[in-house]
Design a protein around this ligand. Sequence first.
Ligand SMILES: *Cc1c(COP(=O)(O)O)cnc(C)c1O
Length: 405
Amino acid sequence: MTASPSAPTALRYEPLRGLALWGEEEKAAALDVLESRSLFRYYGPALQRRVERFEERFAALHQAPHAVGVSSGTAALTCALIGLGIPEGGEVIVPSATFIGCVNAVVAARGVPVFADIDDSLTLDPTAWEHLVTERTFAVMPVHLNNAAADMDPILAVARKHGVRVLEDAAQACGVGYRGRPVGSIGDAGAFSFQLEKNITAGEGGAVVTTDPDVHDRVVRYQDQGGQFTTSRSGERGAAGEAFLGANLRMTEIAGALLSVQLERLTPMLRRLRDVARTVRADLADLGLEWRRLPDEEGSGGDLTVLLADRMAARRFVTQLTAAGIPAATLYSGRLVQQNPSVRAGRTAWGTSWDATARLRASEAVLGRSVTVGLGATMTDDDVAHLTASLRTAAESVRKGAGGE
Ligand SMILES: *Cc1c(COP(=O)(O)O)cnc(C)c1O
């Protein structure tokens, strides 16, 4: 998310989460599955039920009765929308600062994305999306960006008022909390990603969490060809009226085994990163920097995002930090998701699916002047001290206008 592959100086630390803690336990868990030759979750020579066990632990961590492991975070979002019962053409309100996977998931679920403003939290402006609600609106998709929660309470209030479903995109916030609740189980469903850069990883993978047994049932069916291995009775996928067709978005047993190990590392890792972020912010308090607003700092998993005066200052800030070996970047290179040409024009694989999207200049401006510092799970106290000093130097230099390009 924040790696800077073209950094002129070697980075001081890897800006990685779960992958930075990868070790012997992951190797042993994967090897167990290989030796069992049971690589498939629903049957095999010596079924290990690794995905099932991961789902149980993942659901428990989220204080939810149900979790379903799937093949990716994008698949999780698609499955969740289908689980929630999105009708064809149903509109899904998506914040403008997010990954294109959100849009792709809506399209795969036969929905239409509608782009909403972000605020100085870089997440969905909690009330400014209300005017976008129409009779076609099916869901709103708050995105918990870079290990900090969106402001869920006001989002839920607006959603309930209009009968709009709430699907949390927690791909970048596995283990993060909001007012004492784990993100992903606050709305009607939550989606997680276990891609390489996420908090816990198996290279690829995803999960859907929900408290609704009907949503759970539909997600299980959809990710399994409509219920090939989960509900098939005499070739029928459930009773007449309840069966429907699906896709193959299943999780492999190796992923399940790796993720069970990674999950054990999650809580202490996030506590450490939250402490790092707090320490750095406190040490720099005298600079009067404008930090990204965190709707719940207490529950965050470590975010250090500075809002500079403008886009140019943000670029200079990034240049300074990367020269000091600190991973830093403007998320999504400062581009809103609908600035992607295909998204803007509504070009899907089956034609043009929506009209050109409106520009959201305030959202462009706030994202463009933000700089997110990458934190790493293996950062030492030395690294933290170097990070603090580098932020101080960069901030002072940018303020003087002497950053240079
Ligand atoms: C990573 C990510 C996804 C998609 O996850 P994949 O596992 O890569 O499909 C969706 N939304 C956000 C905000 C993400 O960061």
